[in-house]
Design a protein around this ligand. Sequence first.
Ligand SMILES: C[S@@+](CC[C@H](N)C(=O)[O-])C[C@H]1O[C@@H](n2cnc3c(N)ncnc32)[C@H](O)[C@@H]1O
Length: 511
Amino acid sequence: MGRYTPGRADLEAALDRYRVLFDDIAADWDGFLDALLRPLPTCVWSNPLRLDGEGLAALIADESLPPGHAAPQPIGWRSDSALGMAFRLPPGFKAGQHWWYCAGLAHAQEEVSQLPVTLMDLAPGQRVLDLCAAPGGKTAQIALALGNRGTLLANDFSPERIAALQGNLDRLGIVNCSTTWCDGGNYPAAAGQFDRILVDAPCSSEGTLRRNRSLVVKLGEDRSERMLRRQRTLLRKALQLCRPGGRVVYSTCTFAPEENECIVAEALEAAGGRFRLLPIRVEGLTTSPGVTRWQGRTLDPSLARCLRLWPHVNDTGGFFVAVLEKEGAGDGITESGADIESQRGSQRGSQAGAVPVADLQPDVDDDRGLALLAEHYGLPERLWAQYRVHRQTRRGLHLAAADHLPPAVPKAQGSGLFFHRTNIRPPKLTTGGALLLGASATRRFIDVDADQRDAYLRRQPQTPNPAQVRDCRPGHVLVRYRGFVLGVAVLHRSGTLESLFPSRWSGCTAG
Ligand SMILES: C[S@@+](CC[C@H](N)C(=O)[O-])C[C@H]1O[C@@H](n2cnc3c(N)ncnc32)[C@H](O)[C@@H]1O
């Protein structure tokens, strides 16, 4: 017997408790159910560290859409150039299987998932915590909004999901982020305070039904109930770690008011008036206000300042966002480790002091290894000035932004991007390292055609023609397509090119 696919009646039964909300705010109940039965458009954004939005749209139109298909149009409300340009693609479009994705030129992220970060009011120089970060779409957006500089901490409870997050950050060339593995509800106050904190909380995920309709059989009040304690502690911890004048953004992808407005209302109350909800308006998106009456409970009218996105209104998934601002002086936290303000978890005490920062240093022997690497690929001397090179494990070296200062506590799982593997002979630039530094390399490239590109990404050995390898000696080489580095290969004396593209890297399998 085939697997049962839940239909409209199942959706209606599972979500019936929300019907009352449609009288007030999102009138079209039938339109809502219809939208949930439609597949969700795919959405990608261009990586501004690698190319501009027009460049990505042209590549997609040229290489990845059927001939005659209209070029992808930018999503109007996502106009912040620091975050790249976002595009809608047809439902079912597998962005992760295209070469431009593997090369870190783009990232796939549901349209409404892109919203919370745009509401954080980010600017370079801020110290930021992403409390529930994996698999990292929003972390990457935050890192970019900070100009890929300074200090961003990305935390998650799940080590497997942190590994997926690190893979995404490495592919995109993010160097201003350290990952931590903690229960976010218990995040150590020793980490110091933050200018901005994102709590993209674990939730019952009803807003993702268009992507995963089978979820419908698990829905109901019980599912929400199980999430509440965790959501409560996560948001309360974020409020404790926020500096005066700073901002906490709370988001979920669920419709349940228990997990949304009610959690925010409780946290505001517990904070005793030190936080207020900011009104939100997003030019180009039709949004609904937060719910203020639910199951006999009346919430403070300011909860209407939260923002809801219903799937049928903008043809998206469902989402909820609240922006909370802390009272007090608006001075940012400086980037210097010596004077990062620490209030040790007390919102009243305001006892300033230095947050001890992690010691990110290379070994003495590493300098020689770096010089050999730079010599091999013809990397300019000045390149290193923007980074801190450090040895985190015996496997090799990491690169972090020069001003990246993770705290000593909690201990980071990883800081910056693992770029040079030194525990093998000869040492090797990682794929993340090649994507990051390859654009500055001046030698040892092989420019491949589309068939060779696909063979490279599938790890198939191949023999480039003599003209392609004219400028390369046997050894490690960078593989390029249309001027973009795809990764590292070994050119053997026999003329065979052996792909070193990681077999399980970010789901990239084909061109
Ligand atoms: C909605 S997802 C986050 C998605 C992510 N912000 C993004 O944009 O890719 C929620 C995450 O919270 C994590 N999580 C659940 N409980 C947690 C806790 N107590 N502390 C920290 N992270 C937690 C889950 O592992 C999951 O990765």
